[in-house]
Every structure is written in structure tokens, then in C-alpha cells.
Design a protein around this ligand. Structure first.
Ligand code: GTP
Ligand code: MG
Length: 225
């Protein structure tokens, strides 16, 4: 495992959270959450993470992730700091047993397929079965149809993704790590969900990620980044 984002000031806590000297407030620590990126190799998990963390796109030669890696990002949800610890898993089959161990602590799972690759879409059912087996029951699942910018190569229509997500009762969006479309929205919806779970009073209505992203996509137009 590579701790690519750990500076000497960071310490790695056994419960899976890192503590950064510049964000030491108890508030941020309490609002830490673990997000896992899963899906077939080549679907764009690493690129999605780099886009969200650094605002850049990794073009050029495809370097497949080995094992598992993570990056941290602290985001602001209506004045509350939420720390997302994002685990980028290898999609290749041979690493599957390594990644299984990480599902249990995940607050949210971003499950990617590539809209230009039918296999990656067909494999979503198998990924959902894995989630069922290894993740917590209340894990937040978001299905993401990535590479939406590749119009000419597209083989999976947006409606097909929507239907699959509906059948399995999970949130859905199309994204592009290349243009940034919906990337921030996906991670921010998860951060908001965590904040709501921590701060919600019993009388408040439950936060629904799927409804939130539908509403946000409507208010920000079709192609906001
Ligand atoms: N056009 C386009 N290309 C993308 C996008 N996301 C990823 N790619 C390309 O797809 C290839 C695979 O991307 P990665 O992010 O490395 O894929 P991965 O899911 O992390 O793959 P593994 O680490 O093997 O599981 C790379 O060549 C990227 O440049 C996107 O949104 N649009
Ligand atoms: Mg990768």
C-alpha cells in the first residue's frame, strides 16, 4: 500500500483515519469519512480521484492501480469541515481479495463503469453482489457512468445507467474525470450525507443522496463541473 498523500506531519491511525497537523480540530476529526472507489480496471477511478483532489486530468499512458491507495481532502459543507478519506482500489481481478478487507469501514462507495465499455457496465451487478457481501448495510452507494465526455465512443446510454441504479435503489450520475463534470457533486453529496447523519435531529427528515444529486443537477444545469 502506498500512503501517497501522507506528509511527515501526518500520522496514520489504526482505525483507518489520518490526522493532519493543519486540520486538528476535533470537529474535523469527528467528521471524517471513508469513501471507496470501486469498479472495473480502466473505468477511471484514479482519474476521478485526481480530478477531485488536484483539479487535473491524468491523460496519457494508463497506469493501472496496484492494490489500494488513498488521498485525503477536507471539504466545507455549509460551514462544517468534513474530511473525506478516499480509497482508490485496483479494479484488476487479481487484487480483489486485498480490497475486500476495506469495504467494512466504508461510509460510501463510488461504483464506476465506463460508458464506452459494455463489459464494465455488465459487471456492475457482480460489483453490487460484492458490496452486499462485504460492506456495511447502511453504506451509501453511488453508481457513476464515467467518461461521459467520449460521445463518439459511448455504448451505454444514460437511461441504461439510470435504470440499473433504480433497480438496485442506488444513486446515479454520469461523470467525466476529463472535463470535471459532476465530479465535485459526487464527493460533496457524500460529505453532506455524512454531515447530515452526524447532525440530524430525530425529527428532521432523512437526507437522501439520490434526491440531492437530482436536485443539484437540475439547479446547476446539465453540464456543470
Ligand atoms: N476521456 C476520458 N478518459 C478517461 C476518463 N477517466 C479516465 N480516463 C482514461 O481512462 C484510462 C483509465 O483511467 P484510470 O483512472 O487509471 O482507471 P482505473 O479505474 O483507476 O483503473 P485501475 O487502477 O486499473 O482499476 C486512462 O487512460 C484515463 O486517461 C474520463 O472521464 N474521460
Ligand atoms: Mg486506478
Amino acid at each position: 500500500m502506498k500512503d501517497s498523500n501522507l506528509s511527515p506531519r501526518d500520522s496514520y491511525a489504526p482505525n483507518g483515519f489520518t490526522r493532519n497537523a493543519s486540520t486538528t480540530s476535533a470537529e474535523v476529526y469527528n467528521n471524517s469519512c471513508k469513501v471507496m472507489l470501486i469498479g472495473d480496471s480502466g473505468s477511471g477511478k484514479t482519474c476521478l480521484l485526481v480530478r477531485f483532489k488536484d483539479g487535473a486530468f491524468l491523460s496519457g499512458t494508463f497506469i493501472s492501480t496496484v492494490g489500494i491507495d488513498f488521498r485525503n481532502k477536507v471539504v466545507d459543507v455549509d460551514g462544517t469541515k468534513v474530511k473525506l478519506q478516499i480509497w482508490d482500489t485496483a479494479g484488476q481481478e487479481r487484487f480483489r481479495s486485498v480490497t475486500h478487507a476495506y469495504y467494512r469501514d466504508a461510509h460510501a462507495l463510488l461504483l464506476l463503469y465506463d460508458v464506452t465499455n459494455k463489459n464494465s457496465f455488465d459487471n456492475i451487478r457482480a460489483w453490487l453482489a460484492e458490496i452486499n457481501e462485504y460492506a456495511q448495510e447502511d453504506v451509501v452507494i453511488m453508481l457513476l457512468g464515467n467518461k461521459a465526455d467520449m460521445t463518439a465512443e459511448r455504448v451505454i446510454r444514460k437511461e441504461e445507467g439510470e435504470k440499473l441504479a433504480k433497480d438496485h435503489n442506488v444513486a446515479f450520475m454520469e461523470t467525466s474525470a476529463k472535463t470535471g463534470m459532476n465530479v465535485d457533486l459526487a464527493f460533496m453529496a457524500i460529505a453532506r450525507d455524512l454531515k447530515m447523519k452526524k447532525t440530524r435531529k430525530p425529527s428532521d427528515p432523512a437526507f437522501n443522496v439520490a434526491e440531492y444529486i437530482t436536485k443539484e443537477q437540475q439547479t446547476s444545469g446539465c453540464c456543470g463541473s
